[in-house]
Design a protein around this ligand. Structure first.
Ligand SMILES: [Zn+2]
Length: 195
């Protein structure tokens, strides 16, 4: 049975490396995986690039208004697996469309993405995936204190940000990110969760 999967984790948890490995494994078995990515993410343009340097071209860039059900029905019915990178940037509607694809076309879809933004709030696409995906799997990474990192801290010129747009791409406009456990997230952002 085909399933909708959501693999979520903080930044730099190795999601892209997993995606590349997964696509490679399918191809090695003679199957056809395709990779899609929301267009809002400009990092690497139409490529996905892992931190260890491997890269691969994305087969389809998803526009914010695109109906992904129609796109897949029109162009990708012969694929064995659909992988979506940066799935947190999907709209809730697009996640619903992906579930319809899984059910109607019997194609598994693996979504990879962040759970929350730099303020600790869930992205709409991630929230909907957490609501409805058949399988949830956390990709774990470690905070500098040694505990599990769950949050992304945004830095501009090395300074922690507590205001701004939900989306600011890593590496653009002096923006970088670091990850933190809940306690370190509170320390770095200088506020309690109930503030
Ligand atoms: Zn910590």
């Amino acid at each position: 049975m085909a399933k909708l999967y959501f693999f979520y984790g903080a930044m730099n948890s190795g999601k892209t490396t997993r995606i590349l490995q997964c696509a490679y494994n399918y191809e090695e078995q003679g199957m056809t995986p395709i990779i899609m990515k929301p267009k809002i993410d400009t990092k690497g343009d139409d490529k996905i690039v892992s931190r260890i340097g491997a890269k691969r071209k994305v087969d389809y860039l998803i526009e914010p208004k695109a109906n992904v059900y129609d796109v897949i029905v029109e162009s990708y019915t012969n694929v064995d697996l659909i992988i979506i990178d940066e799935a947190q940037f999907l709209t809730e509607k697009q996640v619903n469309q992906l579930m319809d694809v899984v059910i109607d076309l019997n194609i598994s879809i693996m979504c990879f993405g962040l759970r929350t933004d730099f303020l600790g709030n869930s992205f709409p696409g991630a929230r909907r995936l957490l609501d409805i995906a058949h399988e949830l799997s956390e990709i774990k990474t470690i905070c500098e204190c040694g505990h599990k990192a769950m949050f992304n801290v945004r830095l501009v010129d090395g300074k922690v940000q507590t205001e701004g747009d939900s989306v600011a791409i890593d590496g653009e406009k002096n923006v970088t990110y670091t990850v933190a456990c809940p306690r370190c997230f509170r320390l770095k952002t200088h506020r309690k969760f109930d503030n």
